[in-house]
Design a protein around this ligand. Structure first.
Ligand SMILES: Nc1ncnc2c1ncn2[C@@H]1O[C@H](COP(=O)(O)OP(=O)(O)OP(=O)(O)O)[C@@H](O)[C@H]1O
Ligand SMILES: [Mg+2]
Length: 298
């Protein structure tokens, strides 16, 4: 199966290319194409990971459909045929597309953490706070919180996310919207955490994006994939230890063996790392959705 590094759809305006996804503006809808690009340390690698884009898109659609009882979301369809010009070859696009209702994005990244890791662990060590709120002394890395914490962030001018306090979200958006975002994000996190744990994955933290559709707030972007979340394997979870997200473990481990300063350009990944990473993604999809990747039987 071919690896898609960049989508090209003749007859549509050029997409906005993120690190992993190509987003086509269709007017009142967006066509989001998840490619096989992979990034780590904020750098995109020159080669892609077979199946990765299809896995991420299929997982996001799985979660959007499973969480509709909690909040409405932007998904219109997974079928590009209705929105691309007639005659567009569809083979490269199947399984990797989401057509979403275009919203006005709310400029707060709604991060929920059930465990202390990532940038929250850094913040805790530096300031003794989590999400800019005071936290008890003596936490270990990866420790599970009594209750999940909402640790919002904004995209800073530098391009990197900056953690902000809940009070700052209230200032930016008002108390009603801030409460809605917090409560909905925590409900989504709890639901996904509790579904994944018996399947062998710990959902340590995750990020949601919401947008305005008229006067309604709905869930947009993607949700609960390894690109927006940190998962670790339940059976290897050890409090206090450094953890690596399950999907990119081989890529990060490999990069640590190189004499690379983690600034662009990223090095080419060797075939065995690519193959192992690809298997990891396929396994995550199979375990979470309970069935093998549907395109493998085509
Ligand atoms: N339904 C929607 N309506 C409006 N904007 C949306 C919708 N869904 C997603 N978006 C926006 O589309 C963009 C998707 O871009 P993408 O995530 O690929 O790149 P990025 O966020 O710029 O960079 P990165 O690669 O670091 O994630 C985001 O800005 C997201 O907020
Ligand atoms: Mg993004």
């Amino acid at each position: 199966m071919t690896v898609l590094l960049e989508s090209r759809i003749a007859g549509l305006p050029a997409p906005k290319r993120g690190k992993v996804r190509d987003v086509y503006d269709l007017g009142d809808q967006l066509l989001i194409v998840t490619t096989d690009r992979i990034s780590a340390f904020d750098c995109v690698f020159p080669n892609g990971i077979p199946h990765k884009g299809r896995v991420l898109n299929t997982l996001a659609l799985h979660w959007f459909s499973r969480t509709r009882h909690i909040v409405e979301n932007h998904v219109v369809s997974d079928d590009p045929a209705a929105v691309v010009p007639a005659g567009t070859p569809l083979d490269d696009l199947r399984w990797r597309c989401t057509v979403g209702r275009k919203c006005k994005p709310i400029e707060v990244e709604c991060v929920v953490r059930g465990y202390l890791d990532g940038s929250a662990w850094v913040e805790y060590q530096e300031n003794g706070t989590v999400g800019r709120e005071p936290a008890p002394l003596g936490y270990k890395r990866k420790q599970r919180f009594e209750t999940p914490r909402f640790t919002p962030a904004t995209k800073a001018a530098s391009g990197h996310d900056e953690n902000i306090s809940f009070a700052q979200v209230v200032n930016l958006l008002g108390a009603d919207v801030a409460n809605f975002l917090r409560d909905t994000s925590i409900a989504l996190y709890r639901f996904a955490h509790d579904e994944m744990l018996p399947k062998g994955f710990v959902l340590a933290d995750t990020k949601f994006e919401f947008g305005w559709l008229g006067d309604k707030i709905i869930l947009i972007d993607e949700a609960l994939t390894p690109d927006s979340s940190r998962f670790f394997e339940r059976d290897s979870y050890v409090e206090g230890r450094r953890s690596i997200s399950v999907d990119k473990q081989f890529v990060r481990d490999y990069c640590e063996t190189l004499d690379w300063d983690k600034n662009p350009p990223a090095p080419r990944l060797p075939d065995d790392i690519v193959a192992k990473t690809s298997e990891k993604y396929l396994r995550i999809l199979e375990v979470i959705t309970g069935r093998p990747a549907p395109w493998l039987n085509e």
